[in-house]
Design a protein around this ligand. Structure first.
Ligand code: NAD
Length: 330
């Protein structure tokens, strides 16, 4: 198949593009390198990289006209949920309007979309989240993801657009951006440890999250290329841990490699305390099996991170600064 992958320099895109090429597909990867790194993009015969900001609607249209892809895996986003109230405009441009710029040509050229939404659409409801729960996001990132979900459904009804939605959560693996101050908690803990800085846990650290290994997402995505239409699937780990446990795990792996750092606590953030999903649907219909071994996974990321250049951590330009957390002040 001819497949478009947006966000090919990011965690999901860089890993899944490699898998697609191994499977004999022809892939055009699109990324503006705002949140991913050029070094993470695959190379090879059946792959073409296009550096493009998806805000450029006409350029996106032209790319579709040239290649007429069978499927689009839309991974590109800026997934900094906690930061999204401080960068509302950027959040909606990047996560919602860029998606609209892709949905248009998918309608025109009959391209099927696999859209990665987020567990953020569920907000602070009772856990575990099942796909049939009415979304109730509590921040602009969750609103943008939910708006795209609604828009896909409308485009299906009106134009027969084919799509599926995956709501992943807390995915980990190599090619993750660990140089971002605002997202990817385990990546941040690893970077701090490598820089011999204290690991900072927001609040009491008793919030829980379930982390999953990117490797177990490949088969479900493969199935979605050809099967199902208009379906939503939660994908991620069942086993959840407190952030205190995660911080201690990174700390002890750091010590093993000669990086000893303390753990500190900062003020709590506006975030849900417990967030994890039910994955019965993905296990039943997409053969999803999560065999994540968190400690081993963190250690493999740590070893990978040790070999990376110490990339610059960038500061975002905030649109408002009211009530911004002390630890995010520039
Ligand atoms: N990683 C997770 O735990 C997780 C959890 C829930 C949802 N998701 C969703 O899955 C998708 C992939 O996540 P990820 O972890 O791989 O993210 P990532 O940040 O690692 O990768 C996203 C990529 O998109 C690119 N990008 C961003 N805005 C762009 C734009 N305007 N034009 C072109 N490229 C742009 C970035 O440069 C980056 O390389 C995202 O949509 C995210 O919201 C991820």
């Amino acid at each position: 198949m001819k497949i478009f992958v947006t966000g090919c320099a990011g965690l999901l895109g860089a890993n899944y593009t490699r898998h697609l090429i191994e499977g004999g597909h022809h892939v055009v990867g699109i990324d503006d390198l705002s949140g991913g790194h050029k070094a993470f993009i695959t190379k090879g015969e059946n792959f073409e990289f296009v550096k493009l900001n998806l805000e450029r609607r006409k350029k996106v249209e032209a790319l579709f006209e040239e290649h007429r892809p069978d499927v689009l895996l839309h991974f590109a986003a800026y997934a900094a949920e906690g930061l999204s109230p401080f960068i509302r405009n950027y959040n909606y441009r990047n996560n919602l309007l860029c998606s609209a710029n892709l949905i248009n040509p998918c309608i025109t050229y009959g391209t099927k979309i696999i859209f990665t939404s987020s567990m953020a659409v569920y907000g602070g409801q009772e856990t575990p989240f099942t796909e049939d729960k009415q979304p109730m996001p509590i921040d602009p990132y969750g609103v943008a993801k939910y708006a795209v979900e609604c828009d896909l459904k409308m485009a299906q009804t009106q134009f027969g657009l084919r799509y599926n939605i995956v709501r992943p959560h807390n995915v980990l693996g190599i090619y993750q951006n660990i140089w971002d101050r605002y997202r990817n908690v385990i990546g941040i803990f690893i970077r701090k440890t490598l820089n011999k800085q204290p690991i900072l846990v927001y609040g009491d650290g008793e919030q829980t999250r379930a982390f999953s290994d990117i490797r177990y997402y490949m088969e479900p995505f493969d199935i979605l290329l050809n099967e199902f239409d208009g379906e939503i699937f939660n994908i991620g780990a069942d086993k959840f841990f407190t952030l205190n446990h995660v911080a201690e795990t990174v700390q002890s792996i750091g010590s093993k490699y000669g990086y000893d750092v303390p753990i500190e606590h900062g003020p709590p953030r506006h975030e849900v305390k417990h967030a994890y999903c039910d994955h019965t649907k993905a296990k039943t219909l997409l053969k999803f099996q999560d065999n994540t071994k968190l400690e081993e996974l963190i250690e493999s990321m740590f070893v990978w991170a040790m070999k990376q250049p110490n990339r610059k951590v960038k500061d975002m330009e905030y649109e408002i600064t009211k009530d911004i957390y002390d630890y995010w002040k520039n």
